[in-house]
Design a protein around this ligand. Structure first.
Ligand code: SME
Length: 139
């Protein structure tokens, strides 16, 4: 897999995130934003991403990303307009998936967020595969 090749031998977390984003963003044409928010202190701070400008910081429990961080559970949102507190960084967003990224001790250290301009773009198979891929990201 291309991501494994990019990650091999690279121990810098931001470099690993940047490699993963570059590969995943290119896989689906209806993804307009693919990227990471990193846990920094009491909030999430934007990390490597591809797409239109995203919000720089998100609080604990805020929006889809903050909810994934707070609950430790992936969030598959078929219609972002139905998600209470959804943060609209780009008006084109219709659906979204956010997957927590954990370190070896199991602590959430980042979340991975993908936004689509199509409703219902993500399902449990996407969640499962993203969880598997992202489980190999931390080192
Ligand atoms: N929609 C996200 C915010 C991040 S951006 O979409 C890039 C949320 O509700 O957490």
């Amino acid at each position: 897999m291309r991501i494994s090749g990019l990650l091999e031998g690279e121990t810098d977390q931001v470099a690993r995130m940047a490699g993963a984003v570059a590969v995943l963003h290119g896989t689906m044409p209806h993804f307009f934003w693919t990227g990471f928010y990193r846990v920094v202190g009491a909030g999430l701070v934007i990390g490597p991403y591809q797409g239109t400008p995203g919000c720089a910081r998100i609080g604990w429990g805020r929006g889809v990303c903050g909810t994934a961080w707070k609950t430790g559970e992936s969030q598959v949102v078929a219609d972002v307009h139905e998600f209470p507190g959804h943060i609209a960084c780009d008006a084109r967003s219709e659906s979204e998936i956010v997957v927590p990224v954990r370190d070896r001790s199991g602590t959430v250290v980042a979340v991975f967020d993908v936004d689509s301009e199509e409703k219902g773009a993500f399902d449990d198979i996407d969640r499962e595969w993203l969880e598997r891929i992202l489980a190999r990201l931390t080192c």
